[in-house]
Design a protein around this ligand. Structure first.
Ligand SMILES: [Zn+2]
Length: 413
């Protein structure tokens, strides 16, 4: 049996509780067995000690919205990677490795070219290549002339939607990603209108659930959010509450209440959430019952947050930019004015629940798998420490040391 004591200057355990100082996480055979004050821990039986008394320890971060094997044309290397399936695979492995080195131990991929993300997932699962645990949807499902149609599979009616869900199930995906509304990066789509009607959303979500898969719906427009929630959606991505008329937000308080009551996860991409609403989405003039109109998407979700809604933070990043997730969390802590424990909670425990892994990972409490990340300094006073990942542990094994990926034996992977 191995018994590792990880000494922590500051410890965020992933729950919405204040951090502990001078704490220790005790790990036996890859599982957290005790979290206690440093002075209370029996060091005599420890087979290894990791001294992070000058640093901050968090659960391994969980980024529930990434595109590991997809890229932007301004990313170094993408020109080459975007040309072939092998390129997408190599790009995905590089992204996975970069995410791990930055402190991310689990990701949910929300769309890539073909089935390459399944291959990246499986390559990492062999243990031969370093990376976070992955949950993948393969390609996203969208309409002809729909959002992301160039990286997705198309389905234009109920029959086609059921067929796509069944084909992806056979291929081995972990969840389904549906583009319920248009987006802002393609020439054809309308981000302010749904792409699927209520019957179509009910077909895709119902069939996925029957087959044991959860569904993530990309939703810019409020009408798409409404259709997805009524159909039993698991996660609403973006949740932008766009009105049909350009320049309007169409926030619906009753629908927000349903999101909370039904336990729907709301996936907020940090960078877009910080950006001023008026800059991009427009604003309604009347905000009944609100003292001040919301300045950004975070404030737009203040009623859902106050009611205990399951809001998670994600990066929505591509390839090696997956590594920026912790830096985005530093921005959330600074610019959204929320406590670091809430930032960590929304980037570990909540997304772990969204992935159906809430009893295995996402928090550092006895019985959980010992996935944890160590960041320089004290994140309470200096959130920028999120950008300096010192160590990462997966299942009680140190896989990143001094910011570099290592194999368990200690050499470079
Ligand atoms: Zn995305």
């Amino acid at each position: 049996m191995t018994r590792t004591v990880i000494q922590c200057g500051v410890l965020f355990d992933g729950r919405l509780t204040p951090p502990r100082t001078n704490a220790a996480v005790v790990v036996e055979d890859g599982v957290v067995v005790e979290v206690a004050d440093l002075t209370e821990v029996d060091m005599s039986t420890a087979t290894a000690v990791a001294d992070h008394r000058d640093a901050t320890v968090t659960p391994g971060l969980v980024d529930a919205h990434v595109h590991t094997s997809w890229g932007r044309d301004d990313q170094a290397g993408w020109d080459w990677a975007g040309t072939s399936a092998v390129g997408h695979f190599a790009w995905g492995l590089a992204g996975a490795r970069a995410a791990l080195a930055a402190g991310v131990t689990t990701v949910r991929d929300c769309g890539g070219p073909g089935l390459v993300t399944l291959q990246v997932r499986d390559a990492i699962a062999t243990g031969l290549h370093p990376g976070p645990r992955m949950r993948v949807c393969g390609p996203c499902v969208t309409t002809t002339a729909g959002h992301g149609d160039f990286i997705g599979v198309t389905a234009d009616d109920v029959g086609e939607l059921r067929k796509r869900v069944r084909e992806l199930t056979v291929a081995g995906v972990d969840h389904i990603k549906i583009m319920a509304t248009g987006g802002d990066m393609d020439p054809h789509t309308n981000r302010r209108r749904p792409q699927y009607d209520d019957e179509e959303l009910a077909a895709v979500i119902g069939d996925a659930h029957r087959l044991g898969l959860t569904v993530v719906a990309h939703c810019n427009a409020t009408a798409g959010i409404r259709g997805a929630v009524q159909a039993g959606i698991d996660t609403i991505a973006h949740c932008n509450w766009l009105g049909e008329v350009e320049g309007t937000i169409d926030y619906d308080r009753d629908l927000a209440r349903q999101i909370v009551d039904r336990g729907v996860f709301v996936d907020l991409n940090v960078a877009a959430t910080i950006r001023p609403l008026a800059e991009f989405d427009g604003l309604e003039e009347e905000w009944e019952g609100w003292d001040l109109p919301p300045a950004n998407r975070w404030e737009l979700h203040r009623e859902i947050r106050a009611a205990g809604g399951r809001i998670l933070f994600s990066s929505d990043e591509f390839g090696e930019d997956l590594a920026t997730f912790p830096q985005l969390l530093a921005r959330a802590a600074r610019e959204l004015g929320i406590a670091t424990e809430e930032v960590v909670h929304r980037a570990s425990d909540v997304p772990a629940q969204a992935l159906g892994l809430g009893t295995e990972i996402g928090t550092l409490v006895p019985g959980r798998r010992a996935d944890l990340s160590v960041f320089a300094g004290d994140l309470r006073s200096d959130p920028d420490g999120f950008g300096s990942c010192r160590e990462v542990w997966q299942g009680g094994i140190r896989v990143v040391r001094d910011g570099a990926v290592v194999v368990p034996g200690g050499g470079p992977a």
